[in-house]
Design a protein around this ligand. Structure first.
Ligand code: FMN
Length: 342
Protein backbone atom coordinates (compact mmCIF):
# COMPACT_ATOMS: atom_id res chain seq x y z
CA UNK A 1 0.00 0.00 0.00
CA UNK A 2 1.30 3.47 -0.92
CA UNK A 3 2.28 5.46 2.20
CA UNK A 4 0.07 8.54 2.43
CA UNK A 5 1.35 12.08 3.16
CA UNK A 6 1.23 13.30 6.75
CA UNK A 7 0.42 16.81 7.91
CA UNK A 8 2.14 19.21 10.31
CA UNK A 9 -0.15 22.23 10.71
CA UNK A 10 -0.76 23.21 7.09
CA UNK A 11 2.30 21.43 5.69
CA UNK A 12 1.66 18.35 3.63
CA UNK A 13 4.64 16.04 3.88
CA UNK A 14 4.84 13.92 0.76
CA UNK A 15 6.40 11.39 0.59
CA UNK A 16 5.88 10.93 4.33
CA UNK A 17 9.54 10.86 5.31
CA UNK A 18 11.95 13.38 6.79
CA UNK A 19 15.57 13.95 7.69
CA UNK A 20 16.41 13.51 11.39
CA UNK A 21 18.20 16.31 13.21
CA UNK A 22 21.87 15.40 13.69
CA UNK A 23 24.21 17.79 15.46
CA UNK A 24 27.32 18.39 13.38
CA UNK A 25 25.69 17.05 10.19
CA UNK A 26 22.32 18.56 9.34
CA UNK A 27 23.40 22.11 8.58
CA UNK A 28 21.78 24.08 5.77
CA UNK A 29 24.23 22.67 3.21
CA UNK A 30 23.42 19.03 3.88
CA UNK A 31 19.72 19.75 4.32
CA UNK A 32 19.63 21.52 0.94
CA UNK A 33 21.28 18.56 -0.76
CA UNK A 34 18.73 16.19 0.80
CA UNK A 35 15.98 18.52 -0.32
CA UNK A 36 17.32 18.43 -3.88
CA UNK A 37 16.85 14.65 -3.74
CA UNK A 38 13.21 14.90 -2.63
CA UNK A 39 13.55 14.99 1.12
CA UNK A 40 10.27 16.82 1.83
CA UNK A 41 11.08 18.28 5.26
CA UNK A 42 14.08 18.69 7.54
CA UNK A 43 15.03 19.98 11.00
CA UNK A 44 17.92 22.15 12.07
CA UNK A 45 20.69 20.87 14.29
CA UNK A 46 19.79 21.21 17.96
CA UNK A 47 19.61 24.87 18.97
CA UNK A 48 19.86 26.20 22.52
CA UNK A 49 16.78 28.26 23.50
CA UNK A 50 18.92 30.37 25.85
CA UNK A 51 21.45 31.07 23.09
CA UNK A 52 18.61 32.09 20.81
CA UNK A 53 17.32 34.58 23.37
CA UNK A 54 20.85 35.94 23.96
CA UNK A 55 21.48 36.17 20.22
CA UNK A 56 24.66 34.10 20.63
CA UNK A 57 26.74 33.85 17.49
CA UNK A 58 26.96 30.09 17.49
CA UNK A 59 23.21 29.80 17.91
CA UNK A 60 22.49 32.29 15.15
CA UNK A 61 24.77 30.29 12.92
CA UNK A 62 22.79 27.10 13.62
CA UNK A 63 19.65 28.96 12.55
CA UNK A 64 21.09 29.80 9.11
CA UNK A 65 18.88 28.48 6.32
CA UNK A 66 18.85 28.59 2.53
CA UNK A 67 15.76 30.18 1.00
CA UNK A 68 15.14 27.07 -1.10
CA UNK A 69 15.17 24.54 1.69
CA UNK A 70 11.75 25.04 3.23
CA UNK A 71 9.75 23.53 4.77
CA UNK A 72 11.97 23.25 7.80
CA UNK A 73 11.52 22.97 11.57
CA UNK A 74 13.67 24.73 14.16
CA UNK A 75 14.78 22.03 16.62
CA UNK A 76 15.30 23.66 20.01
CA UNK A 77 16.20 22.53 23.50
CA UNK A 78 15.61 24.02 26.90
CA UNK A 79 13.97 23.17 30.21
CA UNK A 80 11.82 26.17 31.01
CA UNK A 81 8.45 26.59 29.22
CA UNK A 82 8.60 30.40 29.17
CA UNK A 83 12.20 30.51 27.93
CA UNK A 84 11.41 27.99 25.18
CA UNK A 85 8.41 30.14 24.24
CA UNK A 86 10.59 33.26 24.17
CA UNK A 87 13.05 31.50 21.85
CA UNK A 88 10.18 30.28 19.65
CA UNK A 89 8.91 33.86 19.28
CA UNK A 90 12.36 35.00 18.08
CA UNK A 91 12.56 32.08 15.66
CA UNK A 92 9.09 32.77 14.29
CA UNK A 93 10.06 36.40 13.66
CA UNK A 94 12.94 35.34 11.40
CA UNK A 95 10.25 34.11 8.99
CA UNK A 96 12.53 31.26 8.00
CA UNK A 97 10.85 28.33 9.74
CA UNK A 98 7.65 26.38 9.33
CA UNK A 99 7.37 24.76 12.75
CA UNK A 100 9.08 24.58 16.13
CA UNK A 101 10.32 21.20 17.37
CA UNK A 102 11.10 20.65 21.05
CA UNK A 103 13.95 18.27 21.83
CA UNK A 104 12.87 15.77 24.50
CA UNK A 105 15.27 12.99 23.55
CA UNK A 106 18.86 14.20 23.63
CA UNK A 107 20.95 12.20 26.15
CA UNK A 108 24.07 14.42 25.97
CA UNK A 109 25.11 15.20 29.59
CA UNK A 110 25.58 18.93 28.87
CA UNK A 111 21.89 19.13 27.94
CA UNK A 112 20.50 16.61 30.44
CA UNK A 113 22.23 18.41 33.35
CA UNK A 114 20.15 21.48 32.51
CA UNK A 115 16.97 19.42 32.83
CA UNK A 116 16.48 19.57 29.05
CA UNK A 117 16.54 16.95 26.28
CA UNK A 118 15.67 13.48 27.48
CA UNK A 119 15.62 14.68 31.13
CA UNK A 120 12.18 16.11 30.31
CA UNK A 121 10.86 12.57 29.91
CA UNK A 122 11.01 12.26 33.72
CA UNK A 123 8.14 14.74 33.94
CA UNK A 124 5.55 14.30 31.19
CA UNK A 125 3.40 17.02 32.78
CA UNK A 126 6.24 19.47 32.17
CA UNK A 127 6.42 18.41 28.54
CA UNK A 128 2.69 19.14 28.27
CA UNK A 129 3.25 22.57 29.82
CA UNK A 130 6.14 23.31 27.46
CA UNK A 131 4.17 22.35 24.36
CA UNK A 132 1.15 24.34 25.54
CA UNK A 133 3.23 27.43 26.43
CA UNK A 134 5.22 27.43 23.19
CA UNK A 135 2.12 26.80 21.10
CA UNK A 136 0.31 29.67 22.83
CA UNK A 137 3.24 32.01 22.12
CA UNK A 138 3.61 31.44 18.37
CA UNK A 139 1.41 30.73 15.39
CA UNK A 140 3.77 28.09 14.03
CA UNK A 141 2.90 24.44 14.70
CA UNK A 142 4.81 22.76 17.53
CA UNK A 143 6.20 19.22 17.41
CA UNK A 144 8.20 17.09 19.84
CA UNK A 145 11.09 14.70 19.19
CA UNK A 146 11.49 12.13 21.92
CA UNK A 147 12.52 8.58 22.73
CA UNK A 148 10.67 5.56 24.10
CA UNK A 149 12.05 6.16 27.61
CA UNK A 150 15.16 6.81 29.63
CA UNK A 151 15.96 3.10 30.06
CA UNK A 152 14.08 -0.22 29.81
CA UNK A 153 12.90 0.11 33.43
CA UNK A 154 11.69 3.67 32.71
CA UNK A 155 9.67 3.15 29.57
CA UNK A 156 7.08 5.94 29.67
CA UNK A 157 6.54 6.89 26.05
CA UNK A 158 2.82 6.25 26.57
CA UNK A 159 2.62 9.00 29.23
CA UNK A 160 4.95 11.29 27.27
CA UNK A 161 3.05 10.95 24.00
CA UNK A 162 -0.27 11.59 25.77
CA UNK A 163 1.28 14.74 27.29
CA UNK A 164 2.57 15.87 23.89
CA UNK A 165 -0.89 15.48 22.39
CA UNK A 166 -2.66 17.09 25.36
CA UNK A 167 -0.31 20.10 25.11
CA UNK A 168 -1.47 20.67 21.55
CA UNK A 169 1.46 19.43 19.46
CA UNK A 170 0.94 18.89 15.75
CA UNK A 171 3.09 15.73 15.52
CA UNK A 172 5.45 13.57 17.55
CA UNK A 173 8.75 12.13 16.32
CA UNK A 174 9.74 9.01 18.26
CA UNK A 175 13.23 7.55 18.20
CA UNK A 176 12.43 3.94 19.10
CA UNK A 177 15.38 3.52 21.47
CA UNK A 178 15.95 4.27 25.14
CA UNK A 179 18.26 7.12 26.08
CA UNK A 180 20.49 4.48 27.72
CA UNK A 181 21.06 2.97 24.25
CA UNK A 182 22.21 6.28 22.78
CA UNK A 183 22.11 5.61 19.02
CA UNK A 184 22.87 1.89 18.88
CA UNK A 185 21.18 -1.39 19.70
CA UNK A 186 17.87 -2.61 18.48
CA UNK A 187 15.09 -0.10 17.83
CA UNK A 188 11.76 -1.22 19.29
CA UNK A 189 9.21 -0.90 16.51
CA UNK A 190 6.51 -2.74 18.48
CA UNK A 191 6.27 0.24 20.79
CA UNK A 192 5.97 2.54 17.77
CA UNK A 193 3.01 0.47 16.58
CA UNK A 194 1.37 0.63 20.01
CA UNK A 195 1.83 4.40 20.38
CA UNK A 196 0.61 4.99 16.83
CA UNK A 197 -2.59 3.08 17.63
CA UNK A 198 -3.21 5.33 20.66
CA UNK A 199 -2.60 8.76 19.12
CA UNK A 200 -4.64 11.20 17.05
CA UNK A 201 -1.73 13.41 15.91
CA UNK A 202 0.76 12.09 13.34
CA UNK A 203 3.37 9.72 14.77
CA UNK A 204 6.68 9.68 12.92
CA UNK A 205 8.87 6.66 13.63
CA UNK A 206 12.65 6.80 13.79
CA UNK A 207 15.50 4.39 14.43
CA UNK A 208 16.69 1.20 12.84
CA UNK A 209 16.49 2.34 9.22
CA UNK A 210 19.52 1.34 7.20
CA UNK A 211 18.08 0.78 3.73
CA UNK A 212 15.04 1.87 1.75
CA UNK A 213 13.35 -1.51 2.32
CA UNK A 214 13.49 -0.75 6.06
CA UNK A 215 11.44 2.42 5.48
CA UNK A 216 8.63 0.43 3.91
CA UNK A 217 8.96 -2.30 6.55
CA UNK A 218 8.50 0.35 9.27
CA UNK A 219 5.37 1.64 7.54
CA UNK A 220 3.85 -1.79 7.20
CA UNK A 221 4.85 -3.13 10.62
CA UNK A 222 3.95 -0.08 12.71
CA UNK A 223 1.45 1.94 10.60
CA UNK A 224 3.28 5.12 11.61
CA UNK A 225 2.32 8.23 9.63
CA UNK A 226 5.89 9.00 8.64
CA UNK A 227 9.46 7.76 8.89
CA UNK A 228 12.39 9.92 10.01
CA UNK A 229 15.78 8.98 8.58
CA UNK A 230 19.09 9.82 10.22
CA UNK A 231 22.41 8.12 9.62
CA UNK A 232 21.31 6.23 6.51
CA UNK A 233 21.12 9.57 4.69
CA UNK A 234 24.60 10.75 5.69
CA UNK A 235 26.82 10.20 2.66
CA UNK A 236 23.71 9.04 0.82
CA UNK A 237 21.23 11.88 0.21
CA UNK A 238 20.04 9.78 -2.77
CA UNK A 239 18.23 7.69 -0.17
CA UNK A 240 15.32 10.15 -0.35
CA UNK A 241 15.23 9.97 -4.14
CA UNK A 242 14.88 6.21 -4.02
CA UNK A 243 11.97 6.54 -1.57
CA UNK A 244 10.34 9.20 -3.75
CA UNK A 245 10.58 7.00 -6.85
CA UNK A 246 9.27 3.96 -5.01
CA UNK A 247 6.32 5.81 -3.48
CA UNK A 248 5.41 7.30 -6.85
CA UNK A 249 6.02 4.14 -8.89
CA UNK A 250 8.75 5.84 -10.90
CA UNK A 251 11.78 4.02 -12.30
CA UNK A 252 14.84 4.43 -10.11
CA UNK A 253 18.46 3.72 -10.91
CA UNK A 254 21.56 4.30 -8.79
CA UNK A 255 23.30 7.60 -9.41
CA UNK A 256 26.53 7.72 -11.43
CA UNK A 257 30.05 8.11 -10.09
CA UNK A 258 30.16 11.54 -11.75
CA UNK A 259 27.09 12.60 -9.78
CA UNK A 260 28.65 11.20 -6.63
CA UNK A 261 31.73 13.31 -7.22
CA UNK A 262 29.67 16.39 -8.08
CA UNK A 263 27.63 16.17 -4.88
CA UNK A 264 30.70 15.68 -2.70
CA UNK A 265 32.26 18.80 -4.18
CA UNK A 266 29.03 20.82 -4.05
CA UNK A 267 28.69 19.84 -0.39
CA UNK A 268 32.25 20.85 0.44
CA UNK A 269 32.20 24.11 -1.53
CA UNK A 270 28.91 25.19 0.03
CA UNK A 271 30.26 24.28 3.44
CA UNK A 272 33.08 26.76 2.83
CA UNK A 273 30.46 29.44 2.10
CA UNK A 274 28.56 28.49 5.26
CA UNK A 275 31.78 28.66 7.31
CA UNK A 276 32.45 32.09 5.84
CA UNK A 277 29.11 33.22 7.27
CA UNK A 278 30.03 31.65 10.62
CA UNK A 279 33.34 33.49 10.62
CA UNK A 280 31.45 36.74 10.11
CA UNK A 281 29.93 36.18 13.56
CA UNK A 282 33.14 35.03 15.22
CA UNK A 283 35.39 37.52 16.98
CA UNK A 284 38.59 35.59 16.46
CA UNK A 285 39.25 33.19 13.61
CA UNK A 286 41.80 30.60 14.57
CA UNK A 287 42.19 28.62 11.36
CA UNK A 288 41.58 29.53 7.72
CA UNK A 289 38.00 29.09 6.61
CA UNK A 290 38.62 26.36 4.05
CA UNK A 291 40.60 24.40 6.64
CA UNK A 292 37.66 24.67 9.05
CA UNK A 293 35.32 23.46 6.30
CA UNK A 294 37.66 20.60 5.38
CA UNK A 295 37.83 19.49 9.00
CA UNK A 296 34.08 19.67 9.41
CA UNK A 297 33.59 17.76 6.15
CA UNK A 298 35.64 14.72 7.18
CA UNK A 299 32.72 12.94 8.85
CA UNK A 300 30.64 13.40 5.68
CA UNK A 301 33.52 12.36 3.42
CA UNK A 302 33.88 9.19 5.43
CA UNK A 303 30.27 8.31 4.69
CA UNK A 304 30.41 9.34 1.02
CA UNK A 305 33.46 7.21 0.32
CA UNK A 306 33.12 4.33 2.79
CA UNK A 307 33.46 1.04 0.94
CA UNK A 308 35.10 2.60 -2.13
CA UNK A 309 38.31 1.01 -3.41
CA UNK A 310 41.16 3.17 -2.13
CA UNK A 311 39.21 4.69 0.77
CA UNK A 312 41.59 3.24 3.45
CA UNK A 313 44.50 5.07 1.74
CA UNK A 314 42.62 8.36 1.74
CA UNK A 315 41.47 7.87 5.31
CA UNK A 316 45.07 7.40 6.46
CA UNK A 317 45.94 10.80 4.97
CA UNK A 318 42.84 12.68 6.09
CA UNK A 319 44.74 14.44 8.86
CA UNK A 320 46.96 16.14 6.32
CA UNK A 321 44.11 17.37 4.12
CA UNK A 322 43.66 20.93 5.26
CA UNK A 323 42.69 22.50 1.95
CA UNK A 324 39.75 22.08 -0.37
CA UNK A 325 42.26 21.26 -3.11
CA UNK A 326 43.58 18.29 -1.12
CA UNK A 327 40.10 16.86 -0.80
CA UNK A 328 39.25 17.55 -4.44
CA UNK A 329 42.38 15.68 -5.57
CA UNK A 330 41.60 12.75 -3.28
CA UNK A 331 38.02 12.58 -4.51
CA UNK A 332 39.08 12.76 -8.17
CA UNK A 333 41.61 10.01 -7.55
CA UNK A 334 39.14 7.67 -5.85
CA UNK A 335 36.39 8.27 -8.42
CA UNK A 336 38.85 7.55 -11.25
CA UNK A 337 39.86 4.38 -9.39
CA UNK A 338 36.27 3.16 -9.20
CA UNK A 339 35.77 3.91 -12.89
CA UNK A 340 38.88 1.99 -13.85
CA UNK A 341 37.63 -1.00 -11.87
CA UNK A 342 34.07 -0.99 -13.18
C1 FMN B 1 25.74 12.45 15.14
C2 FMN B 1 24.31 12.48 15.60
C3 FMN B 1 23.78 13.65 16.11
C4 FMN B 1 22.46 13.67 16.56
N1 FMN B 1 21.94 14.85 17.03
C5 FMN B 1 20.64 14.89 17.44
C6 FMN B 1 20.06 16.10 17.89
O1 FMN B 1 20.69 17.14 17.93
N2 FMN B 1 18.76 16.08 18.28
C7 FMN B 1 18.01 14.92 18.26
O2 FMN B 1 16.84 14.94 18.63
N3 FMN B 1 18.55 13.76 17.84
C8 FMN B 1 19.82 13.73 17.43
N4 FMN B 1 20.35 12.57 16.96
C9 FMN B 1 19.50 11.39 16.86
C10 FMN B 1 18.88 11.27 15.45
O3 FMN B 1 18.02 12.36 15.21
C11 FMN B 1 18.09 9.96 15.33
O4 FMN B 1 17.07 9.97 16.29
C12 FMN B 1 18.98 8.74 15.55
O5 FMN B 1 20.19 8.85 14.83
C13 FMN B 1 18.25 7.47 15.14
O6 FMN B 1 17.93 7.51 13.78
P1 FMN B 1 18.79 6.70 12.68
O7 FMN B 1 18.91 5.28 13.19
O8 FMN B 1 17.97 6.80 11.41
O9 FMN B 1 20.13 7.35 12.59
C14 FMN B 1 21.67 12.51 16.52
C15 FMN B 1 22.22 11.33 15.99
C16 FMN B 1 23.51 11.31 15.55
C17 FMN B 1 24.06 10.02 14.99
Amino acid sequence: MKPQPFIIGKLIIDPPVMLAPMAGYTDSVFRSICKKYHCPVTLTEVVNAEGTIRGGHQTLHLLETNPGERPIGAHIYGADPDRLAAAAIIIEKTDRFDFIDINCGCPVPKIVRKGAGVALMRTPEKIERIVYTVKSAVSLPVTVKTRIGLSPDKMNIHEVSQAVEAGGASAIFIHARFASQRHSGEANWEILARIKSEMSIPVIGNGGISCVDDVFRMFSQTRVDGVMIGRAAVGNPWFFDEIYCRVNNLPWSPHSLEEHRAIIMEHLENLVLLKQKEYRYKKKNSIPVDQAASLHFRAHLHQYLRGFHGWPQIRRNLNTMHRIENIREAVDWIIAKQKSLS
